[in-house]
Design a binder for this molecule. Structure first.
Ligand SMILES: Cc1ncc(COP(=O)(O)O)c(C=O)c1O
Length: 380
């Protein structure tokens, strides 16, 4: 069976067992499309714009959401506890190391706030994920962007110079793999810096796409959290677990740092349904492999399409890819939109490139067809 068949049949078999046993409620849910794998928007638009997981919630998570609807009138504390315990087991840390967020972006925001100060520098790559530089705006950070190297890695030498030369506290944001480029910076190079950085340099390690990576030069920064209170690892349920709309993410840090971050948490920030879906997702042993598998298939379609058109692309370790376009980026995005396909926004300074998120194989086929038709019209 090819991978496309494997992914679909595995999902359907799981869903059939679930819906078959739940009587009238199941049939209602079935008719409402709750168990459908993947879903284009109501108007038929294909979303390849926001690095979402096209498989949707795992079926166990969908069932958990339905079951816990009756608890949605309660504050989430009692539902958060089992999630945090399951997550600690999953990551291999203690519950005191974890800080939960309404998405990982909230944990990034907490870190930006917690480590701000009148003399602090923030060092980021360019281009990189925009939330962290956006969150620092109300604060007195001195923001410095350091262009990626020609190999699309973080320029560690230059970042280090900026962070340490002024002898002031610094927050260094490493989005690894990097969004929007999908590329990784070798972890050994980052480790060498962390190992002898001053403790006033805070490393904010964004590992949103950690589970997709198969490059052996990459590993998590998790190993530092006990010995280095200045290292914060941030991960999410939005990508590999397909829960972007549920808003669940987490930070992993030394207990003292986790407490410091928690001073900036908004009360009751992870809701009952997200907690239940999170626990169920962690219990689904095959979920990560399923998500990686469909992602790999989409990546192959993207590569073949771009190779066929002679369009350059960056080697990706994520669920999206940056590829060249020829012609005006705004026109390209609009033309795709008219074809019913949403692709990534502009990421300055890479304005001759577009980011496409990986969807279901049939969605990738639609994207490929639209690209080829634009080539015929001389647009790319
Ligand atoms: C690198 C990176 N970090 C964090 C996030 C935020 O994700 P969420 O808040 O859904 O966990 C994203 C979302 O695309 C991302 O690409």
């Amino acid at each position: 069976m090819d991978r496309r068949g494997f992914v679909s049949s595995g999902m359907v078999a799981g869903l059939a067992g679930l819906t078959g046993s739940s009587g009238a409620v199941a049939s209602l849910l079935e008719r409402s499309g709750v168990w459908r794998i993947g879903k284009t928007l109501a108007d038929g638009t294909v979303r390849l714009s926001s690095n979402e997981n096209p498989l949707g919630l795992a079926h166990g998570a969908r069932q958990a959401v339905v079951e816990h609807l009756v608890d949605a009138n309660r504050y989430p504390g009692d539902w958060r506890r089992p999630l945090v315990e399951a997550l600690a087991g999953h990551v291999g840390v203690d519950v005191d190391n974890l800080v939960m967020g309404a998405g990982s972006t909230e944990v990034l925001q907490m870190a930006v706030q917690a480590f701000s100060g009148p003399r602090a520098t923030m060092v980021i790559a360019e281009p990189t994920f925009e939330d962290v530089p956006r969150y620092q705006r109300p604060f007195a950070y001195d923001l410095v962007s350091v262009p990626l190297t020609s190999g699309m890695a973080h320029d560690i030498g230059r970042m280090r110079e900026v962070a340490e030369s002024a002898g002031r506290p610094a927050v260094v944001y490493f989005c690894n793999p990097n969004n929007p480029t999908g590329t990784v910076t070798p972890s050994a190079d980052i480790d060498a810096w962390i190992a002898d950085a001053p403790e006033t340099t805070c490393f904010l390690m964004d590992e949103a796409y950690y589970e997709y990576v198969d490059d052996p030069s990459y590993w998590s920064a998790l190993k530092w959290i006990e010995s280095k209170p200045n290292v914060i690892v941030v991960r999410t349920f939005s990508k590999i677990f397909g829960m972007a709309g549920m808003r669940l993410g987490y930070g992993i840090a030394h207990p003292a740092t986790a407490r410091r971050l928690s001073d900036f948490i908004s009360a009751n920030n992870t809701n009952v349904l997200a907690c239940a879906a999170g626990v169920a997702s962690l219990q689904d042993d095959a979920l990560v492999a399923r998500s990686v598998s469909v992602n790999t298939e989409a990546k192959e379609i993207a590569q073949q399409t771009l190779d066929g058109l002679g369009l350059e692309y960056l080697p990706t370790q994520t669920n999206f890819m940056m590829h060249r376009i020829h012609g005006d980026l705004g026109n390209y995005i609009e033309r795709m939109r008219q074809s019913g396909i949403r692709v990534g926004r502009p990421f300055p300074p890479m304005l001759a490139w577009n980011r496409v998120s990986f969807g279901l194989p049939e969605e990738m086929d639609r994207w490929a067809e639209a690209l080829r038709s634009m080539r015929t019209m001389g647009m790319i």
